[in-house]
Ligand binder design. Structure first.
Ligand code: SF4
Length: 272
């Protein structure tokens, strides 16, 4: 097993160290955010990965969809970069991996989380929860021969977007079925995993009372592991990105929800 000589973590933990992930695992990375305050507890270093199987109508990061990444790095290189900001994390902060979709790169995320946990750093997985095939075979998340069991065991917090409860609505919002997402949520709850649940509220698309109510009931069924439920008001700040990328903006004409609509959605979802 070789290691990257430029990597601080590798210098502290030479190749004989058993926990060093294989150097061949490279993350396809879109970008970093050094002082994230919204994606997990406390102040966090956020790793945005490239590639996503969904095409959410309100996505504000369409530049992460493409699989050719901005760059590739090994887990220890990413950890080195994150450690520069450790002094700002306090007791609650740490590292969040977001996207794109982190579940497309489970080995890399596991490698990074394993190193982070060895350093006593909190880890958060910010995900759509979509894994192809999970609805038909939920054992995909617990099978030790698949990469997800290890990844989930290493995530301190899972931040899960439930974009819609109704299957047709989920498909309309994201282009894919929502069944795998619900299976993922149930599995995390079965593990007792700390979870934050999020819902992007788009008037006329994801603000229907019946679907919000059904989502709220589902979230309550997950139990006390759900620590927080958040409503994220839609905004159209990403339109220039779509124009730059030459992608037609799917929600042209949509408007942000009013404070009253957000409050109603929070109530239906059971957000505290
Ligand atoms: S899951 Fe996230 S990154 Fe992927 S399309 Fe939806 S909002 Fe965008």
């Amino acid at each position: 097993m070789s290691v990257t000589s430029a990597c601080y973590w590798s210098l502290k933990h030479p190749p004989a160290a058993t926990r060093h992930p294989p150097a061949t695992i490279k993350g396809r990375i879109h970008s970093f955010e050094t002082f994230g305050a919204a994606d997990g507890p406390g102040v966090r270093f956020i790793v945005f990965l490239s590639g996503c199987p969904l095409r959410c109508a309100y996505c504000h990061n369409p530049d992460t969809w493409a699989s050719p990444p901005a760059f590739e790095q090994e887990p220890c290189e990413v950890l080195d970069r994150a450690l520069r900001y450790r002094a700002y994390w306090g007791e609650d902060g740490g590292i969040t991996v977001s996207g794109g979709e982190p579940l497309l790169q489970p080995e890399f995320v596991s490698g990074l989380f394993e190193l982070a946990r060895a350093e006593g750093i909190s880890t958060a997985l910010d995900t759509s929860g979509y894994v192809e095939g999970a609805a038909d075979d939920v054992s995909i998340f617990s099978n030790p021969l698949r990469p997800y069991a290890k990844l989930l065991s290493l995530a301190d917090v899972v931040i899960l977007d439930i974009k819609a409860f109704d299957a047709d609505l989920h498909r309309r919002v994201t282009g894919r079925s929502g069944e795998p997402v619900l299976a993922f949520a149930r599995h995390c709850a079965g593990m007792g995993k700390r979870m934050w649940i999020r819902r992007v509220l788009v008037p006329g698309l994801t603000d229907g009372e019946a679907d919000l109510r059904a989502t709220g009931e589902f979230v309550r069924s997950l139990g006390s592991c759900v620590e927080r439920v958040e409503v994220l008001p839609y905004h159209d700040f990403a339109i220039p990105k779509y124009e730059r990328l030459g992608i037609p903006y799917p929600l042209r004409g949509a408007v942000p929800p009013t404070p009253g609509q957000v409050a109603a959605a929070r109530s239906l979802l059971g957000a505290g």
